[in-house]
Design a protein around this ligand. Sequence first.
Ligand code: CTP
Length: 406
Amino acid sequence: NLGKVGDRLDLPVYAVGGFVRDLLLGSENRDVDVTVEGDGILFAETFAAEFGCRVKSHEKFGTAVLVFPDGHKIDVASTRLEYYVSPGALPTVERSSLRMDLYRRDFTVNTLAIQLNAASFGLLIDFFGAYRDLHDGVIRVLHNLSFVEDPTRVFRAIRFEQRLHFRIARHTENLIKNAVKMDFLEKLGGRRLLAELVQILKEKEPLSAVWRLESLGLLRFIHPALEASPPSHDLMEEARDVISWFELLFLERRYERWVVYFLALCDSLSSEAFEGACARLALNVHFQEKLKEMRRSAEERMANMEKRLSQQGRLENNEIYYFFKGLSVEVLLYRMAKSGNPELKRCISLYFTKLDSVRTSIDGTDLQRIGVPPGPRYREILDAVLSAKLNGVVFSKEEEIALAKS
Ligand code: CTP
């Protein structure tokens, strides 16, 4: 249908970039990027009117996003048409605008285009040897200034290399090393650095990319101390295993996997250095505070818990509950990965699978009904009932009321 609308408007339309790369590799990619040689906004608006999509246009950039009723999106970009007039002939439309558009991209493997117009539907356009690089499994920049123009590409190169099980071409790797040496990445804004790091940590298997960041000396751009005290491979692997375990529980608790990896990555950092890393990455101030506080509080609680465990051998469920209550899933998973103590791991696991969802059946209204005068005692009584329930001392609502009365 994209091609048909293009035909009607007499505009050449192509699927480009990551979508074509993944199509040829046989991997799923639902983000379709379309490039129109000519007015992409007119194209998008015509398509949207016909197929019942919403369209968001950015006149300044000549781009538009088509949003389908199911939420699916297609990005549309425009390239300027260029006419070359040869003496005595009609103006001919060159493909050079598409070529220029693709030349601006990061790596050869992202420069393939497939024509969508009916007359040449499916025609693969390969200006820069992308097909060969895809076949050989190579990540290669298009020109020497690629990383200078956009230092985030250093991270993208590693992410694609590891995700696709490719290798970065030797010359491209030398350009990365040069970018590291020349400190281009120092100038990269915190938000952009964060976005790249998060994308890496959100990959299905992020660890190999993290080790590549480490071996190329890139972790120091997050915090210089990560160079002197590098992240523990064992801890990161343990974090990966804990995440897999947690995902298999299919709990309904939302959490961000990348945050668990981030905490594990920064485990060797002091509080000050951790604060520095968060600031360098321009994390949202509120989130930064929460993360620092949780990291500190978890450290303290785990130490207390270990002490109690060594004294008592075993903890009551209500103790476990109150030790962990209020800590985020991310911090708990990170601590679970970090702890070498199997009993402590068991406690965290019990908290997630059972204790965290326990609630009392009675509330303030029940206390009022049985004649308890309103006041701070309500909290104490309800906490005592919850503890009894966590420890399996009371089960039914009647038993809870009886306990509250006593
Ligand atoms: N691009 C670029 N330089 C960047 C970011 C993006 O040249 N710093 C180009 C790439 O060629 C890419 C296209 O813009 O194909 C779209 O970017 P993005 O959606 O990030 O890339 P995908 O290849 O679709 O990556 P992913 O599979 O991770 O979504």
